[in-house]
Design a protein around this ligand. Sequence first.
Ligand code: ATP
Ligand code: MG
Length: 447
Amino acid sequence: MALITNAIKGTLDVLPKESYKIQYVESAVREIAENFGFYEMRTPVFEHTELFQRSVGETTDVVQKEMYTFADKGGRSITLRPEGTAGAARAFLENGLFNEALPQKIYYLTSCYRYEKPQAGRLREFHQFGVEAFGAGSPAQDAEIIALANEVFNYLGVKNLTLEINSIGCPACRAAYQKALKAYFENYKSDLCETCKGRLDRNPMRILDCKSPVCSKIAADAPKILDYLCDDCRAHFDAVQQYLNTMQIDFTVNPEIVRGLDYYTRTVFEFVSNEIGAQGTVCGGGRYDGLLEELGGKPMPACGFGMGLERLLLLMDAQNTPFPDRKGCDIYFASMGDKANLEAARLALDLRNEGLAAQFDTVGRALKAQMKYADKLGALYTVVLGDNELETRKAQLKNMKDGTLTEISLDDFTDTFQSIVIKDAMSGFESLGIDEAQLAEILGGNN
Ligand code: ATP
Ligand code: MG
């Protein structure tokens, strides 16, 4: 097949036979977020370029190398969002959410765009689940968002992730640190990559985040921010750890984490896996107390995280994490003849209105081929409709698992079929040793 073009490098198609996995993850994170009091915010896929320049930071890899920036027909510089926080912060300010009860806790499920070298776990279009808590400066808020991410992994049954945390201080303690860093990196100036040479004067902390092997090796022995924290930042960091300990969330302090975006202050954290190759950071986040002011708002503390959904799914596949089955076909109507074809369409629609998955022939196949198709769909039941069935208004419902046939009236089809499906479900519970009373308790909670 000679297609005129292919998908853009670094993008993924999610096919119908796979999409139930991402849907499951999405519905799980939505529910967990709402249990934590976070509600969805949706913002546009593109923003004015300066939003990201100002918030993500001019000296970051994202802004220096990775943004999809273009001029629109009106000559404005537009950028596809490389991450979710900047747009959420802009929308928070622009819509006056700071006037509402604080904290304002929001989440998003969103696509992101970065011009990076595609490889396993690194795409040019990827998806993030992210949360932001605006207007909460206490360590309890840092701990709450970490607990939320942790809960997502627990709920989904993802194992072996390590939570690494660090504090990168505030502008006050960072000044002394930047000075010490600059003095250290000056000694290796000629060995640094070209980008980092430029960062030396403007923002030496960014060198700590450089992916080049030479720069990372030099960075390994650089002064550590934890030795420079002011008393307030130290107390904040200690309190975050106390909350995590109390909530029994395991973590290690990793003084090397600085995070790739400029807006972070104080707490930064990552959930890291060693089971999905070099791109092991599944979730990264932290506090960014300076961001809202930087964007033109009043000073207001905030924190959040971004979780890469493709990396999460890679990890779930690597760990053979079970997913609930996708919705299958409850019943297939195989029909023969014009009248029966119409009846099949009518019955299927009636069942669908009751929440059952019903299908019928839409390609004009012969009966045998229709049954073969039903088999491929994994239909739980089939019904053959022909002239005879229409005349008698009765048909044979075939249970595809055990082959048993049940006569069923076409005029009372939906109700009868529904009660058969419920009986099926009951016998499923019975085989698990759950009787009707117990089932009622499970379904009805304690009431
Ligand atoms: P990395 O160090 O892997 O480049 P980052 O620090 O650039 O990550 P963030 O900006 O913190 O990543 O984004 C949050 C999360 O989004 C990451 O932890 C990761 O799971 C995911 N992510 C980031 N970039 C990509 C990408 N190009 N492809 C797929 N997922 C990504
Ligand atoms: Mg990156």
